[in-house]
Design a protein around this ligand. Structure first.
Ligand SMILES: O=C[C@H](O)COP(=O)(O)O
Length: 343
């Protein structure tokens, strides 16, 4: 990665685990949601795309991380990751291998070289399709790594509502801690906010104690204003997290979309006092891009949103590049990606 032009302060030494993993944070109160406030939606200002694009460029070009701090930030990025496999050819074997990788995300020589000692660096969760929840629960027992299931007819969300609710209940019954749901994008195009609100509310009820992440499918939503409004309705309906993409849309997580969603989170927190998490997902595959997202979070929402209870990357291949960058940090050389086996 390039040498930064301007540094921001280090978040953590190599030895510091995120506080939410280490148990050093008060549990944040869960968002109970609120009544749908259509007046608030109407009051939301137009979203200025070019201003957001300029801001995204400023964040990534002018705010960067000192080379010496990059390894610590990359370790943090691992701990903020929902390590994901969402492929049509997924199998229980593949999920078991992914879980093995989640338990030991870094090679022993990297752990030793970074001086991590006994410090455990692990992803926050493994994210799978519903049929593999039970496999992941067994494979990750006792690790503290959460199991996230994509439910509600991922990635389109077009099955009948009761079918989607039943899928959530089945994933929770199998042991999922977190449920990533998709919204039917047509509800947004038609400005059918009451229906969207009612559906997300039902999803939240079906989740019970499992945390609800609402995927907007932002690449499908046509305008940033739609992204803003869908974010607000999802939070009003009780989302614990809002998430950008499924990874299956032609446009995945982008920084301007991230700015819109984090600003919606800020507005919601200012009005209600509840902190909502953010999960960019889809196409985040390089260590450099993960650092861009961490800078965005720190600048827009502050350090508290750099803990796994309020921020996640949804990513299937990011860990491989982070390992390569950590190896480069230690040795000055890059190894082939196949040396960092995933699933
Ligand atoms: O929710 C997570 C995404 O599906 C992962 O997308 P990705 O395979 O592009 O990293």
């Amino acid at each position: 990665m390039s040498t930064p032009s301007r540094s921001i302060s280090s978040l953590a030494s190599v030895h510091t685990l995120p506080k939410a993993v280490a148990g050093g944070l008060d549990e944040i109160p869960r968002n109970p949601g609120m009544a749908l406030d259509l007046g608030w939606l109407e009051d939301m200002r137009a979203v200025n795309r070019s201003a957001l694009e300029r801001r995204a460029t400023t964040l990534t070009k002018r705010r960067s991380i000192k080379a010496d701090n990059q390894a610590a930030w990359l370790l943090r990025a691992i701990s903020l990751m929902d390590l994901t496999t969402l492929n049509s050819n997924d199998t229980a074997d593949r999920v078991e291998r992914l879980c093995a990788k989640a338990k030991h995300p870094l090679r022993a020589d990297l752990i030793a070289g970074l001086g991590l000692g006994d410090t455990l660096i692990r992803p926050a969760a493994v994210c799978v399709y519903h049929p593999f929840v039970a496999t992941a629960v067994r494979a990750l027992e006792g690790t503290g790594i959460h199991i996230a299931a994509v439910s509600t007819s991922f990635p389109h969300g077009l099955a009948p509502l009761e079918t989607r609710i039943a899928e959530i209940r089945a994933s929770v019954a199998d042991g999922a801690d977190e449920i990533d749901v998709v919204i039917p994008r047509g509800l947004v195009f038609g400005a059918r906010w009451q229906e969207l609100y009612d559906e997300v509310r039902r999803f939240r009820e079906a989740c019970g104690d499992a945390h609800l992440k609402v995927i907007l499918g932002t690449g499908d939503l046509a305008t940033l204003r739609n992204v803003m409004l869908a974010s607000m309705v999802s939070m009003m309906a009780g989302a614990d997290f809002i998430k950008t993409s499924t990874g299956k849309e032609s446009v995945n997580a982008t920084l301007p979309v991230g700015l819109v969603m984090t600003r919606a989170i800020r507005s919601y927190a200012e009005r209600t006092g509840f902190k909502i998490g953010f999960k960019p997902a889809g196409g985040i595959s390089t260590a450099k891009s993960s650092l861009d997202w961490l800078i965005l979070m720190k600048e827009e929402l502050g350090r508290r949103w750099l803990e796994p209870d309020l921020f996640r990357f949804g990513a299937s291949s990011l860990l491989t590049d982070i390992e390569r960058q950590l190896e480069h940090h230690l040795t000055g050389r890059y190894s082939a990606a196949h040396r960092h086996a995933m699933a």
